[in-house]
Design a protein around this ligand. Sequence first.
Ligand code: HEM
Length: 420
Amino acid sequence: MNTQFGSKANPIAFDHESPEHADNWVAEFRDMREKCPVGWTEHHGGFWVATSYAAVVDMARDTGSFSSHKSFDPQTGTGSGGITIPFTPIPRGLPVESDPPEWNALRGFINRRFAPKAVEAFRDDARLYATALLNRVIETGEMDLVNDFTGPVPAMVTMKMMGLPLSEWREFADPLHAMVFTPKEAPEYASVVAGVEWIFRRCAEEFVRYKDQPEEDNLLSFFAHQQVDGRKLSLDEVLSLANNIIIGGVDTTTALTTHALAYLADHPEAKARLMADPSLIPFAREEFLRFFTPIHCLARNVTQDTAINGQDLEQGDRVMLAWAAANRDPEIFEKPDEVQFDRSSNRHLAFGSGIHRCIGSSFARMMFEEMIAQMFARIPEWEVDRAASQRYRSVGTINGWESMPIHFAPGSRVACSLEI
Ligand code: HEM
């Protein structure tokens, strides 16, 4: 029997959902990477966790041994597999919770809607929403960065992309954000779930409407009229695609931009450098993606017995790929715990690796750029009220902020075709 440190017989103490991990994840991952880059923990029914860059990439690329497939029975609310630990009792997201060959058909179907050229068509929208949202608050000299700005912009761009009416942006943005941070045992959890259910009901209603009234440029209409492998998508498949695109894209971009704006408030010299030379912003963006890694960890299911780093992974075991740990691996990144805008190579894993690598990366990058540009142009100085800011209680899936009040010198509204 394998008794080495981190084996099932000699497990590590690790819980990505715990407040201790949220407070201390950089040091905890450093320790795990050094002592046992692939280790077994008994939490959440037991799972392996990979923390070195090499192990995370190997597992992410080996879809034959590490499956993303999820099964779920809506009658009983039970199921298995998928990319979260613990299991999330909702229908699966697609394509992310599928394996080849199912994955090939679905990803191929949506790929071109997320290509850089398709994304550029939404840049003016992102700019318009960012402008209108800052108009709402700029005269007051204060806002909640997350709830007034970095949350709504990605939510509104996503609504536009999907073909949902923009007038419903608040009903859309708030539950998506609250779903990530509200503990399941909190009294308000039921109303948050109801809010998210409402969003998917609206997706279903609009999808049905677009069947009769096609529109060229939105995804729900595209889903209603295009064929995959010679057939139309079912409503369940449409909702699973919407689930992945909406839940995968909104709060992640919010987390990235909030972390970046907080960092820049704390590091005025870095902010001054970016403002003086905006050509550095794409490099800064990649470094913020690496350093903060908004999607902290995601899971896989082991499909066949496999040995990695001297550990014996068995068929049916769950395994966690810690993107955030891999992104601080000193084997790959020099001085990994420093933010350096001029890294010569930044092969970070914030968007994952292998076939499931983020399809929305160009969207995320574009939305980040537009939000940063609006802040720099209109609110060049801001101060974060750290005492009143609330980080997510668990950073285990998304490492982000529930709220972040900021103060700034009041400014003026600008002409904008959108009043919200
Ligand atoms: C900073 C923002 C974002 C981050 C950090 C992020 C991160 C990731 C990661 C790590 C994966 C890999 C999942 C896996 O391997 O299991 C992924 C996949 C995915 N992301 Fe993103 N994402 C972001 C923004 C977006 C946006 C804006 C969209 C949609 C507009 C999106 C849609 C998706 C989809 C559909 C997949 C599944 C791809 C597949 O399975 O083939 N993401 N994302």
